[in-house]
Design a protein around this ligand. Sequence first.
Ligand code: SAM
Length: 233
Amino acid sequence: MSRTVYSLGLGPGDHELITVKAKRILEESDVVVVPQSDEQGRSVAREVILHYIDASKISMCYIPMTNNEEELVRRYTEAAEKIRELVEQGKSVSYVTQGDPTIYSTSNYLTEKLVAVGVRVKHVPGISSINAAASMLGLPLSVKKGNFGVYEMPADPEKVADLIQRHPTTVFMKVNNKLTTLVDTVKRIRPESAFLVRRIGLEGEAIYDMLNGAPQPESAYLSVAVIKRGRKS
Ligand SMILES: C[S@@+](CC[C@H](N)C(=O)[O-])C[C@H]1O[C@@H](n2cnc3c(N)ncnc32)[C@H](O)[C@@H]1O
């Protein structure tokens, strides 16, 4: 009996941006587990996979957004146990994540727990929102001899300014309620460009130029900031 399960990256939300390999494994899976943080049951990942498989194969798995470590450990352990049981029943199982499974993803925690209970996990990479944002903007993330940095958006404006100075291009993920900090900082340090790309591939998709007016704070939900430092700095 194979004890391998697949961790599949689904891309940013446009169902055409999943890999051929992920699509094949979805179709071959008996059960596709979808970690979900929204209590209402909304899930971008679910919407994407419904283009390829029947809803009857989907098993939603609620993992709340909380900083309570104890609760998170319990939830991920339960999810891993559930998957292990399915595998032991002879089912082929995969679980999915938006973007790439190795980047700021629930899959990282679930994978850790699965490995701990003896399940082998194979990852299938997905197009990250990082790549999707750069593509939407038509801007390079890096060029020869250059580099780029990717960070979870910090709360401290000095830290934000420091990170922007470190690389020709800086990407901030999970901007969320720190949008005002980001906008104020870029207006103060005036990089060459500073864009916020919101809901890529989804309803409400938009690009905001943060140097020329601030988007509404709620625009930061599901958004990536791409900052080009420019030659002067
Ligand atoms: C939990 S992380 C998941 C990252 C994901 N694994 C990836 O590779 O893109 C959630 C963050 O990813 C970014 N994100 C994911 N999907 C996005 C989308 N469709 N549009 C814009 N940003 C997105 C946002 O920064 C969001 O706060």
